[in-house]
Design a protein around this ligand. Structure first.
Ligand SMILES: NC(=O)C1=CN([C@@H]2O[C@H](COP(=O)(O)OP(=O)(O)OC[C@H]3O[C@@H](n4cnc5c(N)ncnc54)[C@H](OP(=O)(O)O)[C@@H]3O)[C@@H](O)[C@H]2O)C=CC1
Ligand SMILES: Nc1nc(=O)c2c([nH]1)NC[C@@H]1CN(c3ccc(C(=O)N[C@@H](CCC(=O)O)C(=O)O)cc3)C=[N+]21
Length: 291
């Protein structure tokens, strides 16, 4: 008998998040304004920023993209960030990662006004997350929690394993799960016998960037599997390239519920960014604090 996991599609959960954000935006005196900064022409970055920009307009936010050359100096980027910080019309600032080698990621992320830091990457917001206090939360991890809530999947008391410890996904996701009373394990490339660790998980979240790293034997039967990975697989003999996750598709025969790639976590990341932009605008208008 083949058991097939419940598919946790991102689109309906993202629509719900966006509808709530649009309703909150409508109560403000002006549409929340998001500014994105992108350096160079990495095709993935170009496509992600375009997707975020399009969605922002769709839900009635204002959005501008600064596309700067690959050769932009750190001083030039910091100067632009300082001007955006000082501009009262701007509610949210996102600097798309990765940055070219001549620019320190740390310098750029520290320069963004924490109240406009819709990525939640500023050390002040990182600290508030780990202290369990309200602040702007990183979009992919917060989007994953919103996805779990949308599908009414319990987090409190669950054994959660996060594979990958990056600053943009793994670490903040572990913190958010901890804040929601999961028992959290954070695994990485130096974790011996990864399968023994992942098999413990009621909730398995994978953010590594290696196609099909997680095979069906590494999944506890009935577990919820969140596949964050986006891996581009070239088409065979000139065929079309396609995207695949960090989790082997056959894991759907073991898991209780699983996110697809594409169409799972990706749309939630974008929706959460726009929700964060509305939250930032609310905070700046003297309204409610971040949730
Ligand atoms: N859907 C979405 O919205 C998003 C998707 N992504 C995708 O998620 C994936 C991860 O992104 P990101 O977090 O930025 O990646 P990083 O490359 O920054 O981090 C990868 C992490 O995976 C760990 N790792 C590498 N190899 C292994 C292994 N064999 N076993 C266990 N752990 C391993 C690394 O460990 P170590 O620290 O020891 O090196 C590191 O912590 C990518 O595919 C990316 O495209 C990212 C952001 C958003
Ligand atoms: N400052 C910063 N903030 C980020 O949040 C950030 C970043 N830099 N750098 C890169 C990663 C990656 N990321 C994604 C966003 C949307 C999709 C997404 O929409 N994915 C679609 C598919 C997209 C496609 O077809 O290429 C999906 O999974 O269905 C994926 C990945 C945000 N990131």
């Amino acid at each position: 008998m083949t058991v097939t996991a419940r598919l946790l599609a991102g689109a309906p959960a993202a629509e719900a998040l966006l509808a709530d954000a649009a309703a909150r935006a409508a109560r403000l005196s002006a549409p929340p304004y998001l500014v994105m900064v992108r350096l160079g022409d990495d095709p993935a970055s170009v496509s992600y920023v375009r997707g975020k920009d399009r969605k922002a307009r769709e839900v009635g936010l204002s959005s501008t993209v600064h596309a700067l050359p690959e050769t932009t100096t750190q001083a030039e980027l910091l100067d632009l960030i300082a001007r955006l910080n000082a501009d009262d019309r701007v509610n949210g600032i996102l600097v798309q990662l990765p940055l070219p080698a001549q620019i320190s990621e740390q310098a750029a992320l520290h320069a963004i006004d924490p109240r406009k830091d819709v990525d939640g990457f500023h050390p002040l917001n990182v600290g508030e997350l780990w202290a369990g206090r309200p602040a702007l939360r990183p979009c992919t991890p917060a989007g994953i929690l919103a996805l779990l809530d949308h599908y009414r999947i319990a987090v409190a008391g669950q054994r959660a394993v996060v594979v990958g410890r990056s600053h943009i996904v793994g670490r903040p996701l572990a913190g958010l799960l901890l804040n929601r009373d999961a028992t959290v394990t954070l695994a990485h490339s130096r974790t011996p016998d990864l399968g023994a660790v992942t098999r413990e998980a009621d909730l398995l979240c994978v953010a590594v960037g290696q196609a099909h790293l997680i095979t069906p034997d590494m999944v506890k039967p009935g577990a919820t599997v969140i596949d964050v990975g986006i891996n581009r697989v070239p088409g065979e003999k000139g065929g079309k390239a396609h995207l695949t996750g960090d989790v082997h598709p056959d894991a759907a025969q073991v898991a209780g519920a699983i996110t697809p790639v594409p169409g799972g976590v990706g749309p939630m990341t974008i929706a959460q960014l726009l929700a964060n932009t509305v939250t930032a605008a609310e905070m700046q208008s003297g309204g409610q604090a971040a949730r």
